[in-house]
Design a protein around this ligand. Structure first.
Ligand code: NI
Ligand code: MN
Length: 229
């Protein structure tokens, strides 16, 4: 029983839990920080947080090639099924049991229009409850909101928080998010991909270590963090 996560750059995550492979927000083609190509990943499931191009990314090509099921909001699931992609639609606050464990869709304050202009519903984050007991919360693209404390009450071993600012929380609000969620570990994402979202992640990590009980893991794209060994 083990769960580990690899940051693939931007908001793209690779999670392995008891042999099941999840790919999250697979923006690989055109991502200057991506450490793998869309052709070399073989997920069982793909989670898509919202409709923007830097999150939908290569979802269609990867899902069509591998047969992976895409987990996302209902509107995006309908859009994907129209493109011959297997999708499982959910909505905020709803949870479902999958072979790897349970996922609950969380609130996120952001936009979600799809790359072709179609309605992408409302953006979400993901709270995973893996079968080995590991819990992971990916806030995805969002501003700070007080109900992050409710997500924390359900248990978060590892939180993934955007720190890039402009489109999402910046470093100060992401630090406030850590205080609300109270995770055991935190990894910053959605920064450094483009100049507009450059941030000093190491300095942010020092703030987390000084002001909270969470352990910051400041990853380089391609690096892993073990949630349960
Ligand atoms: Ni976005
Ligand atoms: Mn984004």
């Amino acid at each position: 029983m083990a769960t580990r996560l690899r940051w693939l750059g931007h908001s793209c995550l690779w999670i392995e839990s008891d042999g099941i492979k999840l790919l999250v927000d697979p923006f690989l083609t055109g991502n200057p920080k991506a450490v793998v190509s869309a052709e070399e990943v073989d997920p069982d499931f793909i989670c898509v947080s919202h409709g923007h191009g830097d999150h939908v990314g290569d979802t269609i090509a990867i899902a069509q090639r591998t047969g992976a099921t895409v987990i996302c909001n209902y509107e995006i699931s309908q859009w994907l099924e129209g493109k011959n992609v297997k999708a499982h639609g959910m909505q905020h606050g709803g949870a479902f049991h999958f072979p790897f464990g349970r996922i609950k869709l969380t609130l996120a304050f952001h936009g979600s229009v799809l790359p072709d202009g179609a309605n992408g519903g409302n953006p979400c984050g993901f709270h995973w409850f893996f079968k080995d007991g590991s819990t992971v919360y990916d806030a995805a693209d969002t501003g700070l909101f007080g109900d992050m404390a409710l997500i924390g009450e359900e248990g978060v071993d590892l939180a993934l928080l955007p720190i890039g600012d402009n489109y999402t929380m910046g470093p100060e609000d992401a630090l406030r998010a850590v205080k609300l969620i109270r995770p055991k570990m935190v990894v910053p994402i959605h920064f450094g991909t483009f100049g507009m979202i450059d941030q000093d992640a190491a300095a942010w990590g020092r703030g987390v270590a000084a002001q909270t009980s969470a352990i910051p893991h400041i990853l380089q794209p391609g690096e892993w963090v073990t949630i349960r060994g």
